[in-house]
Design a protein around this ligand. Sequence first.
Ligand SMILES: [Zn+2]
Length: 133
Amino acid sequence: MTQNELKEQVNREMNAMKPGYRRCHSCGSVAYHLDNVYPFVNCRECGSQDTRLLKDQGEYKYGNAAGLEAKLLPGEPWFALRAKDAMAVEAVLHYADVCEKAGLKDHAEGVRRSIQQMEEWRKANPQHVKMPD
Ligand SMILES: [Zn+2]
């Protein structure tokens, strides 16, 4: 099996587990979980087994991290900013401005929607927002 075939198999298996964002009904923490296998749905903050799939998973361009991975060209480098990173929103805002100045209005709008999702998550999870190490 080649590395790409292995990557595709892993992506298929990950998607079959229906990963998604779940909110803990006990403490309100939101985290990305695999959906169907105990104990992967347990809250990472308080251990509660009552986590519920968020109805609005947001308009993520690639659906999830596995979806992004599947779109990458072999060996293509990539970079991610997470909502928990205290510097992320400002950096992504700058990217949206750069796109807008280049005339990429729709893309800039999509980037701004991502910023809004990051800010909503940060509001719900202030205890997780940290300066990068
Ligand atoms: Zn919890």
